[in-house]
Design a protein around this ligand. Structure first.
Ligand SMILES: Cc1ncc(COP(=O)(O)O)c(C=O)c1O
Length: 429
């Protein structure tokens, strides 16, 4: 599969049926798996043989879909999780523990900001947030002796800032730390962070990958490029024997390409159990089969709506990296020459009150806590996804109180623009 284009990989990677086997990935709807002898099963528990014993840890349906996502991102191994939140938590917690420190872009999804700044902090993991536009010097200054991961989003939800992946990776690597990039918004169809130096890539597959608002899920892909053993003092979980697995040292036994995902599966899935349901993995794969066809349409609609809004007299500001003049236009061209995503955010003149009045008038775009769906949807982040943030934190994350985030679906842009136009006509400013 590695020689095929990403379009072909979207359709066929991850699963190659044998003679007489199902053409579609089978849903293995089974919690458990049968073995002839205890010895056979014991080998699986000892990680001496590969196979399945209990779906809390791993399931064949999930593994086919994870292999497809790993192929799309150009990674060496992948896993599915129950949600995007679980993916980011696992990616960080697989290499951080009490006493560790994370450097993260301040411009990230509100749920991830909360995960890092509140929940991980309660677990003894500290963090420093940096501006996505920080200079190399400023990024370097955020690192500490105990920093174990750097984190950012390719295109941030909802601020639509674009991460300078190459520079973040360079700084992370100079400190002997991997860069984790949440690539949910562009998807590997529009950007592959590993090609720019990212070490681990995460996804909320709930978004474009599924694309139909059908199944919550997440994914983690390892590039296989980070040399854990070269930084063994920082990553004892990967580089020293795991007592809960008979003294296995993941980085030695599974190598650079498989250690991270094997540890996350055999330790974190075992102990925390955030597996994606095989039914959801099946639905996710249906979405992936058309991802390469859908993404250009989402981008086309996003671009058309961003241009319409930018020229409307009632609109104060539009954020869309595909708009010439947007602060991230140049960097978006570098990382995403075919466009990023179909999400646009904007502020109306008149702030929060006009935003609320406008959203009530929309007919095609539904108010939803969701993005990256076949159907157009919108929301006011400050009163929904980001409502735990203080005014100061909202400002830092680039989310003003009156911001409207609109996710353009797959409808015709003519109808979408007409809907926005009629709603804007009704708003009194
Ligand atoms: C960029 C990004 N990462 C992670 C998440 C969390 O994903 P999930 O809702 O699947 O848990 C979201 C959710 O909106 C997101 O937009």
């Amino acid at each position: 599969m590695s020689d095929y284009t990403i379009n072909t990989k979207c359709v066929q990677a991850g699963y190659t049926p044998g003679n007489g086997e199902p053409r579609q990935i089978p849903i293995i709807q089974s919690t458990t798996f049968k073995y002839d002898t205890s010895e056979d099963m014991g080998k699986l528990f000892d990680l001496e043989a590969s196979g399945y014993f209990y779906t809390r840890l791993a399931n064949p349906t999930n593994d086919h879909v994870a292999a497809k996502i790993a192929a799309l991102e150009g990674g060496t191994a992948g896993m599915l999780t129950s949600s995007g939140q679980a993916a980011n938590f696992f990616a960080l917690f697989n290499i951080c523990e009490a006493g560790s420190h994370i450097v993260a872009s301040s411009s990230i999804y509100g749920g991830t900001f909360n995960l890092i700044s509140v929940t991980l902090k309660k677990m003894g993991i500290d963090s420093t947030f940096v501006s996505p536009t920080a200079t190399e010097e400023e990024l370097n200054a955020a690192f500490r002796e105990n920093t174990r991961a750097m984190f950012g989003e390719t295109i941030a939800n909802p601020a639509l800032t674009v991460l300078d992946i190459e520079m973040f990776a360079k700084v992370a690597h100079a400190h002997g730390v991997p860069l984790i990039v949440d690539n949910t918004f562009p998807t590997p169809v529009n950007c592959r962070p590993i090609e720019w130096g990212a070490d681990i890539v995460t996804h909320s597959t709930t978004k474009y990958m599924d694309g139909h608002g059908a199944a919550v899920g997440g994914a983690i892909v390892d590039s296989g490029n980070f040399d854990w053993m070269a930084h063994a003092d920082k990553y004892p979980g990967l580089c020293t024997p795991d007592d809960s697995y008979h003294g296995i040292t993941y980085a030695e036994k599974f190598g650079q390409g498989a250690a991270f995902i094997t540890k996350a599966t055999s330790q974190l899935m075992r102990d925390l159990g955030c597996i994606q349901a095989p039914q959801n993995a099946f639905l996710l794969n249906l979405g992936l089969e058309s991802l390469h066809v859908r993404m250009p349409r989402h981008v086309e609609n996003g671009q058309a709506v961003a241009e319409f809004l930018a020229n409307h007299p009632k609109v104060e500001k539009v954020n869309y990296p595909g708009l010439p003049g947007d602060a991230y236009y140049e960097i978006a061209k570098k990382y995403m020459p075919n466009g990023g995503c179909g999400v646009v955010s904007f502020e109306l003149k008149g702030g929060r009150a006009s935003a609320e009045a406008f959203m009530k008038e929309l007919k095609l775009a539904a108010i939803e806590t969701h993005v990256a769906d076949a159907r157009t949807c919108c929301l006011n982040p400050a009163t929904s996804t980001h409502r735990q943030m203080t005014e100061e934190q909202l400002k830092e994350a680039g989310v003003p109180a009156g911001l409207v985030r609109i996710s353009l679906g797959l409808e015709d842009k003519i109808d979408l623009i007409a809907d926005l136009a009629q709603a804007l006509d009704k708003v009194e400013i």
